[in-house]
Write a protein that binds this ligand. Structure first.
Ligand SMILES: [Zn+2]
Ligand SMILES: [Zn+2]
Length: 267
């Protein structure tokens, strides 16, 4: 049984033109019980063609309308792009608007580098680029609190021009452990994001090695999200992910009510 998809984008995101309703219809057709509409807000995004901002009012009204029509729990959510210099701006926005669920993600590094563009990687070894990424994620989880799960925590390997994009956990174990331990101590979680498969990685984000480490360190809060930008992405590979979560030892997945976690025992 597919239970929930906690990472989806719609036309409220600068990089999707899918009406939220299309995602909802698809989720209903798959028998999903909960979906979080987590459109992008990324303050100070470096590409002017993608402002990654949306107004809360029309978004919230649209969710209210859809909640009356469809037999599925719809969460008002956001995927907030965290950069150290915009944390105050984020906090004031999130204090003003009511979200049921918040994903924090690192999409932009060092105040200006969009990870999905290659200029961040120029002149760096793979190891250096990945360390810089994890270093900024660590800084963010230590200094920023307004989130429920950290998004696609190892997705630096989605981009760059390196031949072998696999992240070798052992090489980065000390910084990855610090990130995971900080998240666990703060009673926050991570997501498992299946978009890695769409990017040809043969792995979700994070990869199973990191996921297993999160479990071994005591991590319990875990949401499952497709990072859908189109309806056909909804719940992609979730059955397989559930099998893997069970194999690692997780009892189930996490859902949220007013940003409070609940364990849904699935396995
Ligand atoms: Zn993202
Ligand atoms: Zn996303």
């Amino acid at each position: 049984m597919l239970y929930s998809d906690y990472h989806t984008h719609s036309s409220f995101s600068s990089d999707s033109d899918t009406p939220i309703e299309e995602n909802i219809k698809k989720a209903v057709s798959l028998g999903i019980k909960e979906i979080a509409a987590t459109d992008h807000i990324d303050f100070d995004y470096p590409d002017p063609d993608f402002p990654f901002l949306f107004d809360y009012e029309p978004y919230s009204k649209e969710i209210d309308r859809l909640r009356k029509i469809y037999d599925i729990k719809i969460l008002k959510g956001v995927e907030i792009g965290v950069q150290p210099h915009v944390i105050e701006q984020i906090n004031s926005l999130l204090n003003k608007n009511e979200y049921d669920f918040i994903i924090a993600s690192s999409h932009v590094l060092k105040d200006k580098y969009d990870i999905c563009k290659n200029d961040f990687f120029e002149g760096k070894t793979q190891n250096e680029a990945y360390f810089e990424y994890f270093d900024e994620v660590l800084h963010n989880v230590e200094n920023y609190d307004f989130f429920n799960v950290y998004g696609h925590i190892d997705f630096i390997n989605r981009y760059g021009t390196y031949k072998n994009k696999v992240i070798n956990y052992i090489e980065f174990s000390s910084i990855i452990d610090k990130i995971l331990k900080t998240i666990i101590q703060k009673n926050k979680g991570i997501e498992i994001n299946t978009s890695g498969y769409r990017y040809g990685l043969n792995s979700p984000h994070p990869c199973f090695e990191i996921l297993k480490r999160y479990y071994d360190l005591g991590g319990k809060i875990i949401t499952v999200g497709s990072d859908a930008h189109k309806p056909e992405h909804i719940a992609y590979k979730f059955k397989y992910i559930y099998t893997m979560l069970k194999e690692i030892g997780f009892e189930g997945i996490t859902t949220f009510n007013n940003r409070k976690p609940n364990l849904v025992k699935l396995f």
